[in-house]
Design a protein around this ligand. Structure first.
Ligand code: PLP
Length: 406
């Protein structure tokens, strides 16, 4: 998954262009910047690479989600339906705009279960936010249909699936808006950064202003002459960060090719074990392959395999999300107890705390049996073979012990 594995001369060159002029800010200083506009250039490259009309760079993926929600008019009293398996940033953004996160079950796609989305719709529902986890996609046809039917906003959190596609369209460009994160461990990195993509001009104009203190960017050469038609914040990206991303986006096709090859090789090795099944991918051809996600028959077997991988010192890179602090509802006590540093509106607090008593057994049945193996871009075929065979040995050992005790 991570572009940081290929940090090199190209990134240094782009950053040096900025250091030469010393204009580290993305707006203004038209003279001294000598034609260097890295953020603008990266936004254009994003539109071209992912096939969207508009792109607004911001300071992080979390900022991108927050800006997108505000731009789409999501706020106080609105419910947003999102999956119980995601990164904490997804619900952080919802809370930051004062809206109500409604977490629902995932299925064997590791993303929103469309039936669970339907069940969660109320008169307050304003938006459905699929999160395309671990390099692959949600069932977008089903979710698009639900949103059309109920007149809901569709916002894609594609932070983990840069470059993946669904029926020929890039993830993040299918809904009303979509976001990527360019943090340090994402498919392409800016060190820190994010983007809001949209085909809607109103969304673009709103994110452009919202991420820069409400500036309308119509003051010409004088930033001070910009007006502020609404209240914004500072979620700007710097030229230094954008410069890194500009070098990285040019490497994306190479990253995807390497990742898909490495993923396929590892998958072939694991597939030799009949008890293993793989994540359901609604459009196999579009998988970015940043992870290989696989299932064992039971939670007990999965836990035993995780323990044995750990005992043998080869757990690194294998993620058992079910007990992971950052990605699954089971460990989000801070959310379930609505622990915030400032006061939440009492109604919002009640709605958030509702998650403590909610039944996520359908998600548990999926996540309890799932391990995701992160795919490195740097693996050699020989290393993949060794790694795969080590994993097979561990899994077979656990399965055999299980048969003996059964
Ligand atoms: C990384 C990530 C984010 C947020 O990105 P940051 O740039 O780290 O703020 C949001 N959603 C998902 C699913 C992520 O993986």
């Amino acid at each position: 998954m991570p572009g940081f594995e290929f940090f090199g001369a190209e990134e240094r060159k782009e950053v040096n262009d900025v250091l030469e002029t010393g204009i580290l800010m993305r707006y203004g200083f038209d003279g001294p910047r000598k034609g260097i506009w890295k953020a603008k250039e990266l936004e254009e490259a994003i539109c071209e690479t992912f096939g969207c009309k508009h792109a607004q760079l911001v300071s992080s993926g979390t900022a991108a989600l927050t800006a997108a929600m505000s731009a789409l008019g999501i706020g106080y009293g609105d419910e947003i339906i999102l999956p119980a398996f995601t990164f904490v940033a997804s619900f952080e953004a919802v809370l930051s705009v004062g809206a109500i996160p409604v977490l629902v079950d995932v299925d064997d796609t590791l993303t929103l279960n469309p039936a669970a989305v339907r069940n969660a719709i109320t008169s307050k529902t304003k938006c459905v936010m699929p999160v395309h986890m671990c390099g692959s996609m949600a069932d977008m046809d089903a979710l698009v249909a639900i949103c059309k039917e109920h007149n809901l906003i569709l916002l894609e959190d594609a932070c983990q699936s840069i470059g993946a596609t669904y029926k020929g369209k890039k993830l993040g460009t299918i809904g009303d808006a979509g976001t990527f994160s360019f943090d340090f461990v994402k498919m392409i990195t800016c060190a820190e950064g994010g983007v809001v993509m949209s085909n809607r001009e109103d969304v673009y104009i709103n994110t452009d202003g919202y991420s820069d203190h409400g500036h309308d960017h119509k003051g010409g050469l004088d930033r001070g002459a910009d007006l502020h038609p609404f209240i914004g914040y500072n979620f700007r990206i710097s030229e230094l960060h954008a410069a890194v991303g500009l070098a990285q986006i040019k490497k994306l096709d190479n990253f995807l090719n390497l990742q898909r090859n490495n993923n396929k090789m590892l998958r072939q090795i694991l597939a030799a074990i009949p008890e293993i099944s793989f994540r359901r991918v609604p459009d196999e051809a579009g998988d970015s392959c940043s992870f290989l996600s696989w299932f064992l028959p039971t939670e007990a077997i999965t836990k035993a395999v995780v323990a044995e991988l750990k005992a043998q010192g080869i757990l690194a890179g294998n993620f058992y999300w079910f007990v992971n602090n950052w990605h699954y509802i089971s460990k989000w006590d801070h959310l379930k107890n609505a622990i915030t540093l400032n006061h939440l509106h009492p109604d919002l607090k009640t709605a958030v705390m509702h998650h403590a008593n909610k039944d996520f057994s359908a998600s548990d049945a999926v996540m309890g049996r799932c391990i995701s193996t992160a795919i490195s871009l740097l693996w050699t075929p020989e290393q993949i073979k060794v790694k795969g065979e080590q994993m097979v040995t561990v899994i077979n050992k656990v399965l055999k012990a299980q048969q003996v005790t059964a």
